[in-house]
Design a protein around this ligand. Structure first.
Ligand code: AMP
Length: 301
């Protein structure tokens, strides 16, 4: 079954204690697409300028990513983001955000995308996320992400959106900021009450929590010897998570969600081994499967 993603497509400039990369292909929808397409057909919706080369689009297509939903604004410039990480890789400083063509973006779904069963609304304005849902026929499973900016400036739209999604995939700070609860148990309960059946809380190198009405599940992050660039880990997690659910044709049953969390964590662990999408681009589903098996050993006692 196909998964549809809408989100940012970017050129990122990133500094970490281990090196720098300039104008690297990135953006939430790109990381998600490379991750999800390991498991299932992936449909990408986003916007780029004429500085986005045809070879980038061809490379995405070669990976089985459908790019008919990528709008190219002639004469426009692609969204650019730049950030810096210190030794605590969970702590990132945004140095600049140039919205460019992203500032006037209104997602337009190609007709062929409307029947997508699985939908991931990556971090964009919640009003745009709602616009996407209004164009869908009857998705089986919808998940979303957000960021501090929208929690501060578009809270009402975000709360409206949460009433229409099945799963939220937030990081720890977002879950706390939106609900005003420090305890993740209470934050998850509050998000359940807003309408989301499953709540995934990402905690960077400390792993990930899943809360459903049936119970809790915790997965560690895969213990890597070297982390190079954590950019896109959250979106790659979401891509692995949703891609796995779509591959299985699963709904929001606990057993599938737990396995999806482990698959998401395994995929994200590859992304952070290199700048941008360099590493995730070269892996196969068998590589992911091997790490998933290691998770079984790490977690059993
Ligand atoms: P993550 O590390 O998973 O939080 O996502 C990193 C990606 O988010 C980068 O590739 C950026 O291009 C993208 N990004 C940064 N700021 C924004 C924003 N305001 N809206 C959408 N995407 C963004």
């Amino acid at each position: 079954m196909a998964v549809l993603v809408v989100g940012s497509i970017a050129f990122d400039t990133v500094e970490t204690p281990f090196g720098e990369a300039k104008d690297e292909l990135g953006g939430s929808a790109i990381y998600f697409s490379y991750a999800a397409s390991l498991f299932c057909p992936t449909r990408l919706v986003g916007v780029v300028g004429s500085d986005f080369s045809a070879s980038h689009l061809e490379e995405l297509s070669r990976r089985g990513i459908d790019t008919r939903g990528v709008e190219v604004v002639e004469g426009g410039e692609t969204f650019r983001w730049s950030g810096r990480y210190g030794y605590d890789l969970n702590d990132r400083t945004t140095l600049s955000t140039e919205l460019n063509v992203f500032s006037d973006f209104h997602p337009k779904l190609p007709d062929k995308y409307r029947d997508s069963e699985y939908v991931f609304l990556a971090n964009i304005d919640p009003e745009l996320q709602l616009e996407v849902l209004a164009q869908m026929e009857r998705p089986r499973l919808v998940a979303c992400d957000t960021m501090n900016l929208w929690i501060e400036t578009k809270r009402d739209a975000l709360v409206r959106l949460l009433g229409q999604v099945d799963i939220v995939v937030f990081n720890d700070a977002e879950a706390r900021q939106l609900t005003g609860e420090y305890s993740f148990v209470k934050a998850a309960r509050s998000l359940h009450q807003m309408g989301c059946r499953a709540v995934v809380i990402k905690k960077g190198e400390h792993g990930c929590l899943l809360f459903t009405p049936e119970g809790h599940f915790a997965a560690p992050a895969y213990p890597l010897e070297d982390v190079f660039d954590p950019t896109g880990a959250g979106d790659s997690f979401a891509g692995g998570f949703m891609g796995y659910l779509a591959m299985r044709g699963a709904g929001v049953d606990d057993e599938a969600l737990r396995r999806a969390v482990v698959f998401g964590s395994a995929v994200a662990s590859f992304t952070v081994e290199e700048f941008g999408v360099r590493r995730i681009k070269e892996i196969t589903v068998e590589d992911v499967q091997r790490r998933v098996e290691e998770f079984t050993h790490i977690c059993s006692f």
